[in-house]
Design a protein around this ligand. Sequence first.
Ligand code: PEP
Ligand code: MN
Length: 337
Amino acid sequence: MIVIMRNDATREEIIKLIEKIEKEDCKVSVVQGEKQCVLGLIGDTTRIDPSKIEAKEFVERVTKVQQPYKLANRLFHPEDTVIKVGDETIGGNKLAVIAGPCSVESESQIIEIAKKVKESGAGFLRGGAFKPRTSPYSFQGLKKHGLELLKIAREETGLPIVTEIMSPDMIDDFERDVDIIQVGARNMQNFELLKQLGRTNKPILLKRGLSATIEELIMSAEYIMSEGNEKIILCERGIRTFETYTRNTLDLSAIPAIKRLSHLPVIVDPSHAAGMWWMVEPLSKAAVAVGADGLIVEVHNDPENAKCDGQQSIKPERFKSLMEDLAVMANIEKKVI
Ligand code: PEP
Ligand code: MN
C-alpha cells in the first residue's frame, strides 16, 4: 500500500501517521520527493483500512499495490536503480557487458579470455567456478580453485568478477572474493539462499528460472531485498517453451515488461537462451533494441574444446566485432557502453 501525502502535509502530521501505521506491525519506508512525501507500507497491510487513511485531510491518495512485491516495484521507486561495482555501473544509461567462459578451466584460459574481452570493452568478467550441471557425471567446475583463478584474472585485468553461487554455505567465500554474485536459473527459488544473500552487501545477478514467470522472478528479487540488500540485477536467459530448436526461448518481451514493473536493471544472456554461438550476435542486438541494461555473454578462446557450453560460446574476435556494433546501438538507445 502506498500513501501519497498532500503537498502541504506538515512534518508532525507525517510522523503521527507513520507511528499509527507502525503500531499495526507494518514497516514504513519514506520517500521524500521535491514537493511530496510518499509512504510505502511494507509487510502485512491487511489490518489497515485504506479508506480511513484517505479520509485524513493531509493525505492525497492511497494506492493499493496490486503486485505482491513492493521493494522491487517501480511504482514505489520510479527512478531506475543504478548499481555501482568498483568503477563500473549497471543500470541507468549504461550498457553493461559481462563476458567470459561458461566455466573457469585453467589459469591460462581465464587470463587469456579476460584480457581479450577487456581489450574489446567488456566491463566485467564471468566464469563459473561451481557449475550446476544436469548430469552429475559432467564437469562440475574447479570450485574453490576456480575462485582463486578468477581473482588472479581480476588482478591481471582489473575486471570485476561475476560467478555463480550454489548454496548458502559458500556465502562467506563469495562475499569476500566475488564482485557480483550470480544466482543461476536453477536456484532462482532457493529461498534460503536468497534470504541469506539479502543479508550481504554484494550486488546479486539473479537469473530467471527455467519456467519462472516474470512475477516469480521479481518476487525472488523481493526475497533478497526484504533482507536489506537492494543491489539486484535481473537476467532474462530464456525460458522453457514447446520449441526444441533452440536450447530455450529468449523472452524478449520480458525486458520492457520488467522495466515497466520494476526499477531494477535487467540484462540478457543470449548464450544460454539460444544454446548456439551463431545466434548470440543477433539476440544481443535484439536485447539492446528492446531496452536491456546489459548483456552476459559466453566467450571462449577454444570453444571446440571447452569443458562446458562450447557450442554457445563465441570466440574473442567475434566478441570484438559484436562490441563494435553494440557501441553503435547503445548510442541509438541513448546509452553508453
Ligand atoms: C551460467 O550462466 O553459467 C548458467 C549456468 O546459467 P543459467 O543459470 O542461466 O542456466
Ligand atoms: Mn554456460
